[in-house]
Design a protein around this ligand. Structure first.
Ligand code: COA
Length: 184
C-alpha cells in the first residue's frame, strides 16, 4: 500500500544540494532542463516544447506535494527533481507494508557528478525516518544504465522486470528495485 506523502514545508539539505518543494518562480529553470533532448525520454516523457507546457507540469508538482525540486547550492538553480510517487506495481510479500516509488531527473548539464545519488539518498532517509515508509521501489528501463547506476549506488536490489504503462499511454519494460527500511 502507499505511504502518505505531503512535502509541505519539508526541506532537505545535503553537501551540495537543497531539496524543497517546487515553486512557481522555478519555471525558467524547469523549462531549461526539461526541454533538452535526451533527458525526459529516459524517464518516459518527451522534451517540453513550450514554457506553457512546463508551467502545466510545474503546477502539478506544486499541487501534488510529492515532488522535490533539486536545487544546487552553488548557484541556487533548480536543476532536477525527485518524485516520491505512488507505487506502480505490487511486490509479493509487501502487500501490507507502506511503500512509495522514487523517480528522478537531472539537468544534462550536471550529469556525472554524483548529484542524483546524493539527492536520492537524502530522500530515502526522509521516507524512512519521517514519512513512515517500510520500503521504497525504483524502476528504470533495461537500457537506462545511468539510472541503474544511481539505483545501485543508493543500495536498492533488483526484484522484478515487467511491462509498465507510461503517462502517455505507451508501454515499456521496467526493471524494479527495492530498498527495505533498515532494521524493520
Ligand atoms: C539518471 C540520472 C539522474 C543520473 O544522475 P547523475 O547525477 O548524473 O548520476 P551519477 O553522477 O551517479 O552518474 C550515474 C551514471 O551515469 C553515467 N554518466 C555519467 N556522466 C554521464 C554523461 N555525461 N553522459 C552520459 N552518462 C553519464 C555513468 O555511467 C554514471 O555511472 P558511474 O558513476 O558508475 O560512472 C541522469 O543521468 C538523468 O537525469 N538521466 C535522464 C533521466 C532519467 O533517466 N531518469 C531516471 C528514469 S528511471
Amino acid at each position: 500500500m502507499n505511504a502518505e506523502i505531503n512535502l509541505t514545508n519539508v526541506l532537505l539539505e545535503t553537501d551540495r544540494l537543497i531539496l524543497r518543494e517546487w515553486e512557481e518562480n522555478d519555471l525558467n529553470d524547469f523549462f531549461e532542463y526539461a526541454s533538452v533532448d535526451g533527458v525526459g525520454q529516459m524517464a518516459g516523457w518527451q522534451p517540453h516544447k513550450s514554457l506553457e507546457e512546463s508551467a502545466t507540469i510545474l503546477k502539478m508538482f506544486i499541487d501534488g506535494r510529492k515532488t522535490f525540486a533539486v536545487v544546487l547550492k552553488e548557484n541556487n538553480k533548480a536543476i532536477g527533481s525527485v518524485g516520491i510517487e505512488k507505487l506502480s506495481t505490487e511486490i509479493d510479500g509487501y502487500e501490507n507494508m507502506k511503500g512509495r516509488e522514487v523517480g528522478y531527473v537531472l539537468s544534462k548539464d550536471y550529469w556525472g557528478q554524483g548529484l542524483m545519488p546524493e539527492a536520492v539518498k537524502a530522500v530515502i532517509n526522509y521516507c524512512f525516518e519521517t514519512a513512515g515508509c517500510d520500503y521504497l521501489l525504483c524502476s528504470c528501463s533495461p537500457q537506462n544504465t545511468q539510472s541503474a547506476r544511481v539505483i545501485e549506488k543508493c543500495g536498492f536490489r533488483f526484484v522484478l522486470e515487467k511491462v509498465r504503462k507510461l503517462t502517455d499511454g505507451s508501454t515499456r519494460a521496467a526493471r524494479y528495485h527495492i530498498l527495505d527500511k533498515p532494521n524493520r
